[in-house]
Design a protein. Structure first.
Length: 205
């Protein structure tokens, strides 16, 4: 049995269309039988709605099933992508304006760059390897999670090769070197501890 997790990417466009139809029916029902409104969003559950189950990994397209076991919905059209990107940017701008209104001293947020992405992976990997623990506290290590994060950085390196600026490539190579070095040192310590014979309890020989 494979350890590859099975999951499904939900096409939210289908649910959006269904929600719009539900909203129209709910509005018509409200006109006929007025009900008290809570003034906020509410969850509408339709009885008998058939939600398709995720296809087994074997039934997924070969290039996706072998690599990630993911069944993808049809790709969005160029117009859908543009409209959603514009709506996202407008929502993010409203959120930033709201936060800045409550914190006038805070300046505008810098744009997210490739370096931010690499830094996010770096911080995650180091925390998973026990960095950042407070003084007096035993570090919590997630060595398998750290390995996955480092492997993701390796995938990022492979997929962006030849498409980075000199500074971006230097940042990625430096971070990869650092996290791999930390991983090797940590696993060496783990191996040494595993090889040591168990110590008898205090007071016993």
């Amino acid at each position: 049995m494979s350890d590859t997790p099975k999951f499904e990417v939900i096409d939210r466009r289908k649910f959006k269309a269904e929600e719009e139809q539900e909203g129209q029916r709910a509005a018509h029902h409200t006109e006929a039988e007025p009900e008290a409104s809570s003034g906020g969003p509410r969850l509408v559950v339709s009885e008998g709605r058939n939600v398709p189950e995720a296809a087994p990994v074997e039934a997924v397209q070969p290039e996706l099933g072998e690599e990630a076991g993911v069944e993808l919905p049809p790709p969005p059209t160029a117009q859908e992508s543009r409209e959603l990107k514009a709506a996202y940017e407008a929502s993010a701008q409203r959120l930033e304006e709201l936060i800045r209104a409550q914190n006038p001293a805070m300046g505008a947020q810098p744009p997210v760059t490739f370096a931010h992405l690499v830094q996010q992976f770096y911080v995650s990997a180091m925390i998973q390897m026990g960095a950042g623990a407070q003084d007096g506290q035993r570090p919590r290590v997630d060595i398998l999670g750290a390995r996955t994060t480092i492997d993701l950085l390796g995938v990022l390196e492979e997929k962006t090769r030849g498409n980075l600026t000199e500074a971006e490539d230097r940042t990625l190579q430096t971070v990869l070197f650092e996290v791999r070095m930390a991983f090797n040192e940590l696993t060496s310590m783990i191996n040494l501890q595993a090889m040591q014979p168990p110590q008898p309890p205090p007071g016993k020989r």
